[in-house]
Design a protein around this ligand. Structure first.
Ligand code: B12
Ligand code: SF4
Length: 478
């Protein structure tokens, strides 16, 4: 089986260099069961990043460009299609598994499925990941995709691959969706797609094999590895959909198991930098303390970051000191807005500007770079409120950056936007791009929201501008 991460096409994007950890887990599970697997991460081929030519733009991309007047190009991030085609031809897989994490970037994932089917018409094409999980009816409209794997897949992928290899029907399996009437079920007539009930989540994450790191070239990831030390989040922020993939229960690996993985990366791959991408890493503070203690007991010289952000809940000086000593570097808090009533409405009442300011100053005291993140363009948010958020952060001494609001299909906010008429069921989901304002928020037009975001970003970058400005001034004085 070939597991592939598609390229991304967007105006702006935060691709960075992230190990395709979900696929590496699946590969490890399948290998343990005796299957042959390979991982191909299109996003690792940064040398292929290029501007998409005018004639190759899709209708959706043209619309995105209209919504993003300061950005004149759509970029293709990751491997070019000819490189991907060559990889498909070279490997001759019988099953091709595509991972689509982000709904706004589904187009290249679907194009990859079309390419895979053209190159290997006999192969089965599967799609998994967040997008497939929350938008499977949309995915099943693509004839080249044979089945969608729903949510966490370590327990479902083995039986699925075995059934496919033996040409068995799929209607008895868990956690998949597929079209009826194409020989995968026993129905006498074609009917509605089959959506099989989800398998239980992996209860003890320590039982999972370590991700198949030997299938990745870490020089392509700046010699950094991704760690998932826990899955699931008991909180209920209204813009979030992690529960669809990994559930509400906080399931954690033991500190020993986590540090064993870290040690393996250090010793076998020479990797000492780690990105911890948990949904809610600091939910269990005692466990964080313990992970840090085991790292130090084993004398591991490592650097860790939390690019996914952490909540301020239960932060203490003791914890911060322990984290810094164990090797934690920069991090950020998901603040979203400084308005307490809105935070309650978003079911994020557990955070506040004052808590984030206190947390940030704690980390800064220990030399750590800290930011807060704000969302711009929340439903019915006014220009005044947006400006107030940035000003409040500046007043509280919290460095911040801003992300545009977009309703993620499957989230409570998506439902609210539907009910209030801001979007309808036919609104193109690819337009809910990270840096794209496709519709108004009930108070502001899409254009007003866009420019409000540009202004807040300019303000967010002001400290840097100010520092550079004063440096230049002092040079003039000399
Ligand atoms: C890590 C992460 C990031 C990283 C990206 C890392 C990377 N590798 O690219 C960073 C910090 C950069 C990031 C950024 C963003 N993220 Co993010 N992120 C996550 C997070 C927390 C974890 C993903 C992860 O690695 N999980 C661990 C691995 C083990 O799981 P996995 O990849 O899902 O794979 C499993 C299954 O999905 C399945 N599976 C996956 N692929 C396949 C393929 C096949 C064939 C099969 C069978 C199964 C399968 O099996 C795997 C094993 O169980 C998820 C939340 C979540 N829990 O899913 C949000 C999430 C994916 N992000 C989200 C969003 C919105 C964003 C941002 C837009 C936020 C913003 N406004 O800035 C940006 C956009 C990024 C961009 N490219 O521009 C949304 C996406 C929702 C959607 N439907 O579009 C999520 C779901 C969080 C949420 N708010 O609801 N993110
Ligand atoms: S704390 Fe993070 S993972 Fe949990 S619901 Fe809120 S945004 Fe989602």
């Amino acid at each position: 089986m070939l597991l592939i991460k598609p390229p991304i096409r967007a105006c702006m994007v935060e691709v960075g260099r992230h190990v395709p950890v979900g696929l590496a887990y699946l590969s490890a599970v399948l290998r343990k069961e005796g299957h042959h697997t390979e991982v191909f991460d299109s996003l690792a081929y940064v040398e292929d990043n290029h501007i998409v030519g005018e004639k190759d733009l899709t209708e959706i991309e043209r619309t995105k460009l209209l919504h993003h007047p300061r950005w004149r190009h759509v970029m293709h991030w990751g491997a070019r299609w000819d490189r991907i085609e060559a990889a498909l031809r070279e490997r001759r897989p019988d099953i091709i598994g595509i991972s689509c994490m982000f709904t706004p970037f589904y187009e290249p994932a679907y194009d990859l499925a079309r390419l895979a089917k053209r190159v290997h018409p006999e192969a089965t094409v599967l799609l998994g990941g967040q997008h497939g999980t929350v938008c499977f009816p949309h995915v099943l409209e693509v004839p080249e995709i044979d089945a969608v794997v729903l949510g966490e897949a370590e327990t479902t992928i083995g039986p699925l691959v075995t059934a496919l290899e033996h040409g068995r029907r799929l209607d008895g399996l868990s956690g998949i969706a597929f079209r009826c009437g194409e020989g995968r079920c026993a129905c006498p007539e074609p009917g509605a797609p089959h959506v099989r009930p989800r398998a239980p989540f992996v209860a003890d994450l320590d039982t999972l094999p370590m991700p198949a790191a030997d299938q990745l070239d870490f020089s392509r990831y700046d010699d950094a590895a991704t760690l998932i030390t826990s899955r699931g989040c008991p909180f209920s922020c209204t813009f979030c959909t992690v529960h669809a993939t990994v559930g509400r229960e906080f399931r954690a690996r033991s500190p020993e198991n986590v540090v064993e993985e870290i040690q393996r990366y250090v010793e076998e791959f020479g990797v000492r930098r780690f990105l911890i991408e948990d949904d809610n890493f600091t939910f269990d503070i005692d466990r964080v303390h313990e992970i840090c203690r085991v790292i130090r007991d084993r004398g591991l010289d490592v650097r860790m970051r939390l690019p996914n952000g952490i909540t301020v809940v239960k932060l203490s000086e003791d914890l911060v000191r322990t984290m810094v000593k164990a090797g934690f570097e920069s991090l950020f808090f998901g603040l979203e807005t400084t308005d307490a009533a809105r935070l309650r409405q978003m079911r994020k009442g557990f955070t506040s500007l004052s808590k984030v300011a206190a947390g940030a100053s704690l980390f800064r005291r220990y030399g750590l770079d800290v930011n807060g993140s704000l969302i711009v363009g929340l439903p019915a948010q006014s220009l005044g409120e947006i400006a107030q958020d940035s000003v409040n952060c500046a007043l509280a001494g919290v460095r911040f950056y801003t992300n545009p609001f977009y309703p993620i299909p499957g989230s409570p906010d998506y439902q609210t936007c539907l009910t209030s008429g801001l979007i309808d069921a036919l609104t193109e989901p690819a337009l809910f791009d990270q840096y794209n304002f496709a519709f108004g928020n009930g108070k502001l037009s899409a254009r007003e929201m866009y420019w409000a975001w540009v202004v807040t970003q300019a303000m967010a970058l002001w400290p840097k501008y100010f520092a550079e400005g004063s440096l230049r001034l002092s040079l003039i004085h000399i």
